[in-house]
Design a binder for this molecule. Structure first.
Ligand code: SF4
Length: 296
């Protein structure tokens, strides 16, 4: 079995910068990380091991309202309302919000102030989306074109979660225009460039392989979107968080497998999965030879 890697995959600059800030913190026990720093269990385990106080993916938990003196805002960002709550409680904030997430916040607020009702194309309940809608008055969150309705507003302003696919955003935008023919619909593409580059690299690779392995947290939106894109193009996709989730049986009959990874996947995790795939491929070849000999 041959393994071909996507020419763009793995950590984006936003996550890399956040990890660098974290590495430079001397007293982890004094710092609450406000939500999952990245949707990646390997990283989460390391942070817990260093002594950071971790909030769960939904940013709620036993420490709610009792955070340590220092709170680290993750790359996904928070609403101004949440920031104010933390500061009013006397917390010092370390802010690792990605500038491309900040751009979505600014865009959504600007649209609202210009009289548009804001529609966010994104996953309901995702921390980034919660942060974006947290400062808006009556936002609408749409995950799929089936959910789109006829809205009572004259002006609709659309922004996207940074890790949305261009395909899905395009379909939802078209459905909003179709269901609201009287409304003025303004669309601002706020999908981040690293996410687009990962998806475009997958597009270049997908026709050359029989199946794809996508590496990243099971709750990582951009990783899930990469796997969904493969399946949408008729290619089987195996979404794994780490090499030990690879099942050799899944690869029977596959001649060429592609490898890609979400924006929160560490380089070493990708290398481990690559090595495991090469091993599985080699083992498969030996198994094949053995079977042929047995049949001869
Ligand atoms: S996925 Fe995009 S928006 Fe999110 S941290 Fe990375 S660069 Fe920033």
């Amino acid at each position: 079995m041959r393994v071909i890697r996507a020419d763009v995959m793995g950590l984006c600059f936003g996550v890399r910068d956040a990890l660098e800030v974290i590495d430079g913190i001397d007293e982890p026990r004094a710092v609450t990380i406000h939500g999952e720093l990245v949707h990646n269990e390997v990283v989460q385990r390391r942070l817990a091991g260093r002594g950071f106080v971790l909030k769960g993916e939904d940013r709620r938990g036993a420490s709610d309202g009792h955070e340590t003196p220092v709170v680290l805002i993750t790359a996904h960002g928070v609403s101004d309302r949440e920031r104010a709550r933390l500061e009013a409680g006397g917390r010092r904030l370390i802010d690792t919000t990605c500038p491309l997430v900040e751009r979505v916040h600014r865009t959504a607020r600007a649209l609202e102030s210009e009289g548009y009702r804001v529609v966010v194309i994104g996953r309901r309940g995702h921390v980034e989306v919660e942060g974006i809608v947290g400062d808006l008055s009556e936002p609408i969150v749409v995950e799929s074109e089936d959910e789109v309705a006829a809205y009572p507003d004259r002006r609709l302003g659309i922004v996207c979660q940074t890790t949305m696919t261009e395909d899905r955003a395009g379909r939802i935008r078209a459905a909003i225009v179709a269901r609201n023919p009287e409304a003025e619909v303004r669309f601002v593409d706020t999908i981040c460039l690293p996410t687009k580059e990962h998806q475009r690299a997958l597009d270049r690779l997908i026709e050359r392989v029989d199946a794809m392995v996508v590496v990243g947290g099971h709750n990582s939106n951009n990783t899930r979107e990469l796997a969904a894109k493969c399946r949408g193009r008729g290619k089987p996709a195996l979404h794994v968080q780490s090499a030990d989730e690879l099942d050799p049986a899944w690869f029977r009959g596959i001649g060429v497998v592609g490898l890609t990874a979400g924006t929160s996947t560490l380089p070493e995790t990708i290398e481990e999965v690559h090595r495991a795939l090469v091993w599985i491929g080699g083992d498969g070849e030996r198994l094949e030879v053995g079977l042929q000999r047995a049949g001869a």
